[in-house]
Design a protein around this ligand. Structure first.
Ligand code: KIV
Length: 286
C-alpha cells in the first residue's frame, strides 16, 4: 500500500508537529475498525494477557500469544504502523534471542517491535536495530517489571527517579530506537523527554506534552469496566454488548428469532417432491 505508515513517518510527524495517535488492537476486526478511524499506529500489546486472555499481569504472555494476535491484525492489512510487543523474557536473555524473536515478529508482518526498559536492554535494542528491526522503546512504568518496581507505580515524582526515566529514553534514542512509549509518568518528565529527543514520544498516562498518545482499545471503547484513571472512555461497549445479547436471548426464548428473511425455504415444487418421498417411507411420520 503506497500510503502505508512506516517507522520513519513517525519521526517526520514529530518534525512537523503532527500528533501521533496509537491504540492497541488484537483481532482482525479491531484492526479494521482502528484503521478505518484513521489511527496512525496499532500496538499488538502484551496487555492482551489481561484484556483478552484474563491473566492478572502481562508476565504469562508468550511469543505464540503475540504471534497469534499479530497475524489477525496483519490480515486486516492496516495502513497504520503495526508494532508488536515483545513479551516478557523474549528479549532480555541475550542479543541473539532478542534478534531472533523480533525477526519472527517482522516475518509475521509487524512493522516494528516494542521492548520495555532502559539501560538493562540497550545492547539488545542496538543488536535488533543493527539487524534491520525498527524498535520502539518503553520507559517510565514498565508493567513487565512490576515485581521489581514494587507495583504499578507512577514514575518520575522524585528528581532522581525522573532523571532515570529521562536518561533511559535518551539512551534508547542513542542506540537507534525510532520512538519511545512513556507510561504512567509525571507530565513534567514526559515533556522534558519530548523536548530532548529527536524521536517521538508516545504517552500513556504521562500528560499532554508528548508527540503522541496511546491507549488500550478496551479502555477507549468502554469494554473494560475498570479502566485506569488516565484513560478516557469514548463509548460504553460493555453495556451496549450486554444489552444486545439480552435482547437476542429474549427473542430466541420467545420464538421471535429467526424471523422471515433470516432463514431459507425450499421451493413449493421441491417441497411437494419431498413430501411425496416422505410418504413412501413407512417409518417416517409427517
Ligand atoms: O501492552 C500494551 O498495551 C502497552 C501499552 C500500555 C503501551 O504496552
Amino acid at each position: 500500500m503506497s500510503d502505508k505508515i512506516l517507522p520513519h513517518h513517525f519521526i517526520k510527524m514529530k518534525k512537523k508537529g503532527k500528533k501521533i495517535v496509537m491504540v492497541t488492537a488484537y483481532t482482525y476486526y479491531q484492526a479494521k475498525v482502528v484503521d478505518e478511524a484513521g489511527v496512525d499506529g496499532i500496538l499488538v500489546g502484551d496487555s492482551l494477557g489481561m484484556v483478552v486472555l484474563g491473566y492478572p499481569s502481562t508476565l504469562p504472555v508468550t511469543m505464540d500469544d503475540i504471534m497469534h494476535h499479530l497475524r489477525a491484525v496483519v490480515n486486516a492489512t492496516p495502513r497504520a504502523l503495526v508494532v508488536a510487543d515483545m513479551p516478557f523474557l523474549s528479549y532480555e536473555v541475550s542479543r541473539e534471542e532478542a534478534v531472533r524473536n523480533a525477526g519472527k515478529l517482522l516475518k509475521a508482518g509487524a512493522d516494528a517491535v516494542k521492548v520495555e526498559g532502559g539501560e538493562e536492554i540497550l545492547d539488545k535494542v542496538e543488536a535488533m536495530v543493527k539487524a534491520g528491526i525498527p524498535v520502539m522503546g518503553h520507559v517510565g512504568l514498565n508493567p513487565q517489571r512490576y515485581l521489581v518496581l514494587g507495583g504499578y507505580k507512577l514514575r518520575g515524582k522524585k528528581a532522581e527517579d525522573a532523571m532515570e526515566v529521562i536518561e533511559a529514553a535518551k539512551a534508547l534514542e542513542d542506540v537507534g530506537a525510532f520512538s519511545v512509549v512513556i507510561e504512567n509518568t509525571v507530565a513534567e518528565v514526559a515533556a522534558q523527554v519530548t523536548k530532548e529527543l529527536r524521536i517521538p514520544t508516545i504517552c500513556i498516562g504521562a500528560g499532554p506534552d508528548c508527540d503522541g498518545q496511546i491507549l488500550v482499545i478496551h479502555d477507549v471503547l468502554g469494554l473494560n469496566p475498570t479502566p485506569p484513571p488516565f484513560a478516557r472512555k469514548y463509548a460504553d461497549l460493555y453495556n451496549v454488548m450486554i444489552d444486545a445479547l439480552r435482547r437476542y436471548a429474549e427473542d430466541v426464548r420467545k420464538g421471535a428469532f429467526p424471523a422471515e428473511g433470516e432463514y431459507w425455504s425450499m421451493s413449493k415444487e421441491e417441497l411437494s417432491k419431498l413430501r411425496e418421498k416422505l410418504t413412501m417411507r413407512k417409518d417416517v411420520k409427517e
